[in-house]
Design a protein around this ligand. Structure first.
Ligand code: ADP
Ligand code: MG
Length: 242
């Protein structure tokens, strides 16, 4: 079968299988979750601790299934005109809470010029969340996570920078491979998903890392609507007048 299928057909077959399998797994998980909740209401408080762990692990498994599904399906997503900064700002309370627990800080450096982009807000949040989570997980206490944006010609660049230990040169090439992880509880799906999200937005993602200094992920997205600026911003043009 393998040799008879082109790359595209094979990919969509994997996507369909993934959708089917994940659906079949999600159903029993939802049932287990529901019954656990019922059991919890009827059992002594001393068991609460165990219930919490079981629930957390169920939710974690569900998260893995979701990530795997978005990766395997590589579907076409609906995009709309959004302001990138709105997306970043909507996500920051969540990131702040996480950073606070770890004794880390977050800095936003958002450039005023950055305008509307054609994107899928849910996916863009997922992208930013994955990159930020990785950054926070890599850094120790007092670490600083910086999220910045700026214009670069027809592109908008979003950078997620950390003050963590950095990534050894040899590991850099494997980073975006699905299931590549150096963490005991990692899935290795986070960056693979980031890459497929960026591809669905016709952008690029690159990583820059210096061992002992930190890591920086750069996402480049094309601007769809050019901004027409006031001529006064171009002193050269004004001085050409005779
Ligand atoms: P996971 O987080 O589940 O391990 P990811 O795909 O998100 O999977 O990341 C893959 C690997 O890349 C991580 O296990 C880690 O080794 C490395 N990595 C990603 N981001 C960073 C970072 N900011 N600093 C150091 N290492 C990183
Ligand atoms: Mg991750």
């Amino acid at each position: 079968l393998r040799s008879e299928l082109g790359n595209f057909e094979r990919l969509s077959l994997v996507g369909q299988m993934a959708a089917g399998i994940t659906h079949e797994i999600r159903n029993p998980m939802a049932v287990v979750r529901g019954f656990l909740q019922l059991m919890r209401e009827k059992s002594p408080e001393s068991l609460n601790h165990y219930y919490r762990i079981v629930m957390e692990e169920l939710d974690r498994a569900n998260g893995i299934i979701n990530d795997f599904l978005s990766l395997a399906q590589n579907r076409i997503v609906e995009k709309e005109q959004c302001h990138l900064h709105d997306i970043i700002r909507e996500l920051t309370p969540l990131l702040w809470a996480d950073a606070n627990l770890r004794g880390q800080t977050i800095e936003l450096k958002l450039e005023d010029h950055v305008t509307m982009l054609h994107l899928n807000p849910k996916e863009m949040k997922q992208l930013l969340l994955n990159l930020s989570r990785n950054a926070m997980e890599a850094m120790g206490e007092k670490g600083v996570l910086t999220i910045s944006t700026h214009e670069e010609g027809d592109f908008v660049e979003m950078e997620v920078k950390d003050t963590g230990p950095g990534i050894p040169q040899k590991q850099l090439e494997k980073l975006f491979q699905p299931f590549y992880t150096t963490k005991t509880k990692g899935t290795g799906l986070g960056l693979a998903l980031c890459q497929s999200i960026v591809e669905r937005h016709h952008g690029t993602i690159a990583v820059d890392s210096v061992e002992g200094m930190g890591t920086q992920f750069k996402v480049r997205l094309r601007r769809t609507v050019p901004t027409y600026r006031d001529h006064s911003e171009f002193p050269v043009m004004n001085s050409i007048q005779k």
